[in-house]
Design a protein around this ligand. Structure first.
Ligand SMILES: *[C@@H]1O[C@H](CO)[C@@H](O)[C@H](O)[C@H]1NC(C)=O
Ligand SMILES: *[C@@H]1O[C@H](CO)[C@@H](O)[C@H](O)[C@H]1NC(C)=O
Ligand SMILES: *[C@@H]1O[C@H](CO)[C@@H](O)[C@H](O)[C@H]1NC(C)=O
Ligand SMILES: *[C@@H]1O[C@H](CO)[C@@H](O)[C@H](O)[C@H]1NC(C)=O
Length: 619
């Protein structure tokens, strides 16, 4: 089903356009585009949405903005106004359609609820944009909504295929500045750039029932996960798509009123899909490139705060996977007020020679309004064996990596010393409880909210604890012991990694008292020894008492950004030389499987970090 390619001439012009123009060879032949911007209650995402629009690599003189906003309870109108005042003059034309009052639709359950009136109003607005585009003489219209429409978010599993299903708002951020050129280059009448989300949700359907409802198909997941790449004909695209106004049949396309024969659900995206079908206009989705992001919509009873939190998670995901989102500099954003969220210190261990990782961690914490303090990690590369011995470090007799059989590496020594220095600081300053992060943390959705809630519950239950893993690899598949009254926690069994954990003063004291530098093994093997869950009796015999009280968040709140075997994976502990080898050679311990994705984590999408898929996620 690979789509026909664009006429070679158009492709050539799109590619050469800027060059020809710069060289004074030809006038820019680029087509004229109307950007139809429909925004509602979008304050949380609007700065990033507008920032992405500003960065589109397309001459503004060839674009017109058609911008409507209505029924807002937040500052969407003011923000758009501010932005248009700053950049509007650069565009060929601007239509501004704000509607200040009312703020709600009748019968609305909340700002995320779609009523019939809202659907109709939206269809009429979109039709107006389409009519404007035709009258203005545009070649294309880019339908690109922010928090104003989306796919199904059914109340029950499995179902845009039930009449009661509701549609939901999404934020669409086009981080790829080539999006317009790439889509035009396909030469297709209606084409959507596939947008990535935190789950299986996206902006296209692969199947539709004869009644116009969502139909699950075998193609959906391979397409969403890019195991199948290209442009594919589909029955429906929504949220963000480019429609050619010159294509055959395009003059019959309409958002409103529905086609006279229309019997499908009264919903703008389905009405448009039907109009395409009736006019014989093909619809495609393209996924060869990463074009941008869309968030997973919140449910109709949820509010703007849920949406804001969800969008922050999307920003964090984009920080890891790239391309990043960048907010517009032309709008005033609510200021951030970072705090230590009830901890005495939030440590971020990071190697000075990995500034990109450090910067990403700080940016992520900033987005969540958590104030972290960077601690320079002890760099294994800088250590030689005499320096290591001078620090009083000696190897735990008989220690071998469980997978490769290698001994301790300098990277692991550095990592241990980094954590150790934090435990020392905790004890020296008498810090009651702290958070410790390494620099490759991928935060789960609503990390901050869930952590605060967990700590409140722990407090309320008067749980006695020394350490709580927030991210780790559970080594054994057996179910761990539940904690009474605390459904978000389990008693930690044998675990790997020291990615993210909460630590109490008493815990730090126990860790120091065991004098681990004199019998060192990797820090993530040391911790399970200290809470007496390590399987190796020989190692354990060196430490006493092994009475650390350790729990783990369940589900986990943090994961590694990448796993061994991922293209972007990089480990400073596993690409390192043995602790007593000063020859300077680096060895990549590819045999080590500690940092492989755990099968338990591998239930999710291509990067394996997101929420477990729910039936609704694909809709
Ligand atoms: C488009 O984005 C790429 C990658 O982020 C960047 O290198 C490039 O400079 C951008 N181009 C324009 C014209 O903004
Ligand atoms: C809108 O913005 C103003 C000024 O920036 C702020 O004082 C106000 O609280 C905002 N209103 C809402 C509903 O966010
Ligand atoms: C609409 O329905 C009528 C009556 O069934 C039929 O004759 C006509 O061809 C239909 N039009 C389209 C575009 O499907
Ligand atoms: C080992 O490192 C220390 C501290 O960086 C340095 O003073 C010493 O000269 C080094 N020793 C050797 C043998 O390279």
């Amino acid at each position: 089903m690979r789509a026909a390619r664009a006429a070679p001439l158009l492709q050539l012009l799109l590619l050469l356009g800027p060059w020809l123009e710069a060289a004074g060879v030809a006038e820019s032949p680029l087509p004229a585009v109307v950007l139809a911007i429909l925004a509602r209650n979008a304050e949380h995402s609007l700065p990033h949405y507008l920032g992405a629009l500003e960065r589109l690599d397309y001459p503004r003189a060839r674009m017109a903005l058609w911008c409507a906003t209505d029924h807002n309870v937040d500052n969407t109108t003011e923000m758009l106004q501010e932005w248009l005042a700053a950049v509007g003059d650069d565009y060929a034309a601007v239509v501004w359609r704000p509607e200040g009052e009312p703020r709600f639709y009748p019968d609305e359950e909340g700002p995320k609820h779609w009523t019939k009136e809202r659907h109709q109003f939206l269809m009429e607005l979109k039709q107006e944009a389409l009519t404007f585009a035709r009258n203005w003489g545009a070649d294309y219209i880019l339908d690109h909504s922010v928090n104003s429409l989306g796919g199904c978010s059914p109340g029950r599993a499995g179902a845009c295929d039930v009449p009661s299903s509701k549609f939901a708002d999404t934020d669409n951020i086009l981080t790829n500045n080539q999006t317009l050129r790439l889509l035009m280059g396909q030469g297709l009448p209606v084409v959507a750039p596939m947008l990535d989300s935190q789950t299986y949700y996206s902006n296209f359907w692969c199947g539709i029932t004869p009644q116009g409802y969502y139909r699950r198909t075998a193609e959906y997941f391979p397409t969403k996960n890019r195991q199948r790449r290209g442009c594919f004909r589909v029955p429906m695209v929504h949220s963000t798509f480019l429609a050619s106004l010159r294509a055959e049949g395009a003059d019959q396309l309409a958002f409103y009123p529905p086609h006279p024969n229309y019997t499908w659900p009264f919903d703008d995206i389905i009405v448009f899909a039907y109009a395409c079908q009736a006019a014989g206009v093909s619809v495609h989705v393209c996924n060869e490139h990463r074009y941008g992001y869309m968030n997973v919509p919140v449910k109709s009873h949820q509010g703007l705060e849920d949406e804001r939190v969800n969008f922050i998670h999307l920003i964090l995901e984009a920080l890891v996977d790239g391309p990043r989102m960048q907010a517009s500099a032309h709008v005033t954003r609510p200021s951030k007020r970072p705090s230590k969220i009830g901890f005495d210190e939030v440590f971020v261990i990071s190697l000075a020679r990995r500034p990109d990782r450090r910067e990403r961690m700080l940016a992520s914490l900033w987005e969540m309004e958590i104030s972290g303090r960077v601690v320079d990690a002890v760099d294994g590369w800088m250590l030689n064996s005499s320096a290591i011995r001078n620090l009083g470090v000696d190897l735990l007799p008989g220690y071998q990596d469980p997978y490769s059989g290698r001994t301790l590496t300098k990277g692991e020594v550095g990592c241990f010393l980094s954590h150790y220095s934090i435990w020392e600081e905790v004890v020296a300053r008498g810090l009651a409880r702290v958070l410790v992060f390494e620099d490759d943390v991928r935060f789960e959705s609503n990390f901050r909210g869930r952590l605060e809630r967990l700590m409140e519950d722990v407090e309320a239950e008067k749980l006695s604890w020394d350490l709580i893993y927030l991210g780790r690899k559970q080594v054994n598949p057996e179910k761990e012991t539940a904690v009474e009254g605390l459904p978000g926690l389990v008693v930690a069994g044998y675990s790997y990694w020291t990615l993210a954990y909460a630590l109490r003063l008493a815990g730090a004291r126990k860790l120091l008292a065991s004098q681990p530098l004199r019998r060192m093994l990797p820090v993530d093997e040391f911790l399970p020894i200290m809470f007496d869950q390590h399987p190796n009796e020989q190692y354990k015999a060196h430490f006493w008492p092994r009475d650390l009280v350790a729990f783990s968040a369940q589900p986990l709140l943090a994961a590694p950004t990448h796993y061994a075997g991922d293209a972007e994976w990089l480990s400073d502990t596993e690409t390192s030389s043995p602790w007593d080898d000063d020859s300077g050679r680096l060895i990549s311990w590819s045999g080590s499987q500690k940092t492989l994705r755990s099968p338990r984590l591998d239930l999710t999408g291509s990067s394996g970090h997101s929420l477990q898929p729910q039936p609704r996620d694909e809709l």
